[in-house]
Write a protein that binds this ligand. Sequence first.
Ligand code: G3P
Ligand code: CA
Length: 321
Amino acid sequence: MRKTLSTLCLILMTSCAATKLFNRDDSKKIVVAHRGASGYLPEHTLVAYAMAHSFNVDYIEPDLVMTKDNQLIIMHDIHLDKTTNVKEVFPNRKRSDGMFYAIDFTLKELKKLKVSERLKDSKRFPSDLSHFQIPSFEEFIELIQGLNKSRQKSIGIIPEIKDPEFHIKEGKDIVVKTLAVLAKYGYDKNDQAIIQCFHQNTLKRIKFQLKSKIKLFQLIADNSWKETSTDYNRLLTPEGMQEIATYAYGIGPWYPQLKDQAIMTWAHNNKLKVIPYTHRLDDLPSGVNNEEFLNELFYGYEVDGVFSDFSDNVMRFLKRN
Ligand code: G3P
Ligand code: CA
């Protein structure tokens, strides 16, 4: 669904306000390494995170799901099918729907799998050369904190809690576990972490029930994707945005959504940062080059940042390296 953007995005580019070439302060734009340096190395692997760290981005993104033995691992999907060789290693462990679920495996079992590139027929990292493991969230944090020390940086993390409703149905409280791991590594006492989620009630629970002080970030999907039970059409209104501002630091819309609604105005009126997803050099809107695309996002729409598979490219565009 998200891949069929081209037409929408061409309209987005041509309908946007004229590019503003004054009053730029690019040092404040937020660059997020989406799933690590995922344009160059398989997403959500430690090598991809180390490479992203070398780009000196502001935040590095892991997506979180839970294992059978209640560990947090880094994986975009609740299923293992698209980015691992689970079918070869555990051929008999699929569910009746034919899918292999991370939650049915222990961390030790998951460590036996190889992670490879999601986009098989692309110019990205070749699957036959891919021998990377699924990282745990704790391994990820230790890598980032270690590199922050050795490289004298303070690069933040922006974990996304994936499908909390599915986890609850499976008897796993991924939210409480995420907060516990973040607290173990001190993120409850600094501003180096932001928690993102598509499910609005999960973010409200973190803020109002669990009383976390960690910054929260509301992701916005299209209702047709059935990402969660949240009604994103309701969020994309002035009232919806006012409500988000009671618990969140910012919003992450799918970038074509910027064209239809006055999202930027509503969000900024409520002091919400707007960081859309996802900039990809190998999946640009049709008829638009990379420079034009980033120009329109940053200086046409005046977004506050962007999620990018090629975050080094965005850093160069912003003249931050
Ligand atoms: O979290 C921002 C963006 O990553 C949301 O989309 O599907 O890539 O997790 P997805
Ligand atoms: Ca994500």
